[in-house]
Ligand binder design. Structure first.
Ligand SMILES: *[C@@H]1O[C@H](CO)[C@@H](O)[C@H](O)[C@H]1NC(C)=O
Ligand SMILES: *[C@@H]1O[C@H](CO)[C@@H](O)[C@H](O)[C@H]1NC(C)=O
Length: 205
């Protein structure tokens, strides 16, 4: 597990680096100019690693024309509903976007386009059991949030759905099989290297 430990440390370093150079405003200052829908019906229970969510987003055409001239990219995220944030400081909603922990799971990132965009996402295997909704953030050329839209109302009562996580046993089996595959590839590479060396030295004789 040495490699995954190194990768883990590297990803922590990278993400704290990314956080520290990331200029951020407040959620309340964002324009709510995107129309977003998500496919699960309210209250649906979806299995992580199996179920799909289809998200659509587009510019709200009745919003003041031209407001989207600075829009560059859209990042669609899976966000914790209030019921799954209770007593969990690590999922807390903060107006300051840099500190907000509501939307921790990225679904997709796409260049901005005002027309209808559709993306179907298979819920990733590491998504924890919770109640969620979908939100899309719009970023400008400086990678700063400028607008958003979400597939729920302000009180986050509609279009909430549940994700049922993969059980711990399955998840650890997956980890084991990944480790085993890496081991197999490394040993195969080592084997070929030794074979080549052997062939090389026998040619010199
Ligand atoms: C989700 O999408 C994938 C890939 O398109 C497909 O193989 C799978 O059957 C879908 N799952 C469900 C539950 O519809
Ligand atoms: C679209 O924008 C208009 C104007 O700001 C607003 O009144 C309307 O509620 C928005 N539509 C949705 C579905 O958010």
């Amino acid at each position: 597990m040495g490699l995954s430990a190194i990768l883990f440390v590297a990803s922590i370093l990278l993400s704290s680096f990314a956080l520290s150079c990331y200029a951020s405003g407040t959620f309340s200052a964002l324009e709510k100019s995107l129309l977003v829908t998500s496919s699960p019906k309210a209250g649906h229970v979806l299995k992580a690693g199996e179920a799909n969510i289809t998200v659509t987003w587009s510019f709200n055409k009745t919003f003041q024309a031209g407001t989207d001239s600075t829009y560059k990219t859209v990042k669609v995220k899976l966000c914790y509903a209030p019921i799954s944030q209770e007593d969990r400081a690590w999922r807390k909603t903060k107006d300051e976007l840099k500190k907000d922990r509501t939307c921790q799971h990225k679904i997709v990132s796409r260049p901005y386009s005002p027309s209808t965009n559709t993306f179907t996402w298979t819920i990733e295997r590491d998504i924890p059991s919770a109640t969620y909704f979908v939100r899309a953030y719009v970023f400008d050329a400086e990678d700063k949030e400028v607008a958003y839209g979400q597939a729920t109302d302000a009180a986050k009562k509609s279009h909430l759905f549940e994700v049922e996580a993969i059980t711990g046993r399955h998840a650890s089996l997956d980890v084991a099989s990944v480790c085993f595959s890496v081991f197999a590839i490394v040993s195969l590479a080592g084997f070929f290297y030794l074979e080549k060396r052997k062939a090389g030295s026998s040619m010199q004789k």
